[in-house]
Ligand binder design. Structure first.
Ligand code: FAD
Length: 444
């Protein structure tokens, strides 16, 4: 018996930030949309997020800090005002504008936006179907994507659509794919995202002839302290050591290995490449007072990040002297004596020769020499991958020869190339490309 058929204007695979933004945008403009979501709940990683919708404050800064394909990255900056105007127009709650890393943004009521998009779909005759996987994309004789065969507890349904948007949120939940594309140590990396984004969208696209960015090791994540309760989404922000860009990072050999000031997300990427994919994050009293106990964005509550890490089972120490730091490092399997030599060398050069530092410190180069001292073992945790389906600035999925796969679009973490090794806002990336994909599908 052939599967039941359901017809619509637009099929969206994945009900997270990119997928629901695309679906809501198109529905509001009259499209009949079907959204299929693998999980029993909608929202994906976006629903776990802090809802800080921000991006780089100019295309030049985007290029400097995110370093992706210029034409793709610029779409995020260009489309961001449209995304904010749409939220405002729908009455979604936004905080006052605030500085975030190398850009600006707003804390939005993320659940209000996501649920509002789902409501728009249903109000316009569409459906948001949970607990549904996609077996394969359907193609006509000319190779055009005309929907997908989906599978639900009640059986298979062929969703027939003029356009299909892939938005399943990346491949971070697949350890083998992480090991292949990011680094062998990435196989064991902690997952800091929804658990469903295992690369299904990329596989579906590839089977339909799409090109993948195979050599893209970039990802977004944070350094976190260990906890036996890891996997509880509440810990994803609570245990993130956002202040690592003001600290020093030492590998097991007791040496610095990156420009920490490039940002905690970049430090995460550098740490996964170190022996056993871990590091000691070290800071002093000044950094503790100015950064490690301060909120990452003005709207968040202050907290002592070392104390919180220790409460949740992390390995760390606050010490009056450096000998105790070295002993702690030794006990954790790091070279404590070398760590102290590296630290002394760093402090000397920070005062009298920053230009000789290797690795350099591009953004700030102050000595870390005020007791008490703080040391915490940190591990990389991945939130989403940067290497996805190859797209053009209109969100059309491309084949290896550069031609578009007809009928197929991609957005969010499934769409590769906008970010290189840096980061400039995951929600903004997902929302701007979600809207772009919906507009390219004909819903302007
Ligand atoms: C703890 C945390 C905090 C964050 N904070 C911020 C922040 O403050 N600011 C910011 O910019 N970014 C933040 N992010 C990142 C942001 O949430 C993501 O960049 C964004 O949600 C990505 O959007 P997406 O649509 O690509 O993926 P998601 O929002 O994850 O959506 C993907 C959806 O696809 C579904 N799916 C997966 N496989 C399938 C399949 N085979 N079929 C159908 N559906 C499927 C998933 O279940 C999910 O619902 C945070 C993330 C986390 C986890």
């Amino acid at each position: 018996m052939s599967p039941m058929q359901l017809e619509c204007d637009l099929l969206v695979i994945g009900a997270g930030m990119a997928g629901l933004s695309a679906a809501g945008w198109a529905a509001e403009r009259g499209a009949r949309v079907v959204v299929v979501e693998k999980s029993d709940a909608i929202g994906g990683s976006a629903a776990l997020s802090g809802g800080m919708l921000w991006t780089a404050s100019s295309p030049a800064r985007m290029q400097l800090y995110a370093g992706g394909a210029t034409a793709l990255a610029e779409v995020v900056c260009q489309e961001y005002p449209r995304a904010i105007a749409w939220l405002r127009g729908r009455g979604i709650h936004l905080s006052p504008a605030m500085r975030v890393l190398h850009g600006y943004g707003y804390q939005i009521d993320i659940l209000e936006h996501l649920n509002g998009c789902a409501r728009l779909v249903e109000q316009h005759g569409g459906h948001v179907v949970r607990g549904t996987t996609t077996e394969r994309l359907l193609r006509d004789e000319a190779g055009r994507v005309v929907g997908a065969r989906t599978s639900h507890a009640d059986g298979q349904v062929d969703v027939i659509a003029a356009k299909t948007i892939i938005a399943t949120g990346g491949f971070q939940a697949d350890p083998e794919w992480r090991a292949r594309q990011i680094h062998p140590n990435a196989r064991d990396m902690l997952l800091r995202s929804n658990p469903c984004s295992d690369g299904a969208g990329l596989r579906l696209g590839r089977e339909a002839g799409a090109a993948l960015e195979e050599d893209h090791p970039g990802f977004y994540g944070h350094l976190v302290s260990a906890s036996p309760a890891w996997g509880d989404p509440k810990l994803y922000t609570l245990l993130s050591q956002y202040h690592s860009d003001h600290a020093l990072l030492f590998n097991e050999a007791g040496r610095r290995y990156c420009d920490e000031t490039a940002g905690d997300h970049t430090n995460t990427l550098q740490t996964v490449r170190q022996s056993h994919g871990r590091a000691i994050c070290f800071w002093d009293e000044r950094v503790h007072a100015e950064q490690a106990t301060q909120p990452i964005v003005p709207i968040a509550p202050p907290m002592d990040r070392l104390a919180v890490a220790l409460e949740h089972g992390g390995a760390g120490i606050a010490a009056a002297g450096l000998d105790a730091v070295a002993a702690f490092a030794d006990a954790q399997g790091f070279d404590g004596a070398q760590l102290l030599r590296t630290l002394a060398d760093y402090n000397e050069r920070a005062r009298h020769g920053w230009e000789t530092l290797d690795p350099p410190r591009a953004e700030s180069c102050l000595p870390l020499d005020r007791a008490p001292y703080y040391a915490l073992v940190v591990l990389p945790a991945i939130t989403f991958t940067f290497g996805g389906l190859v797209i053009d600035p209109s969100a059309r999925v491309l084949r290896p020869d550069g031609a578009a796969v007809p009928g197929l679009l991609a957005a969010g973490a499934d769409a590769g190339g906008a970010f290189g090794l840096g980061y400039a806002g995951g929600l903004a990336l997902a929302m701007t490309y979600g809207i772009t994909a919906a507009r390219t599908a004909g819903w302007n």
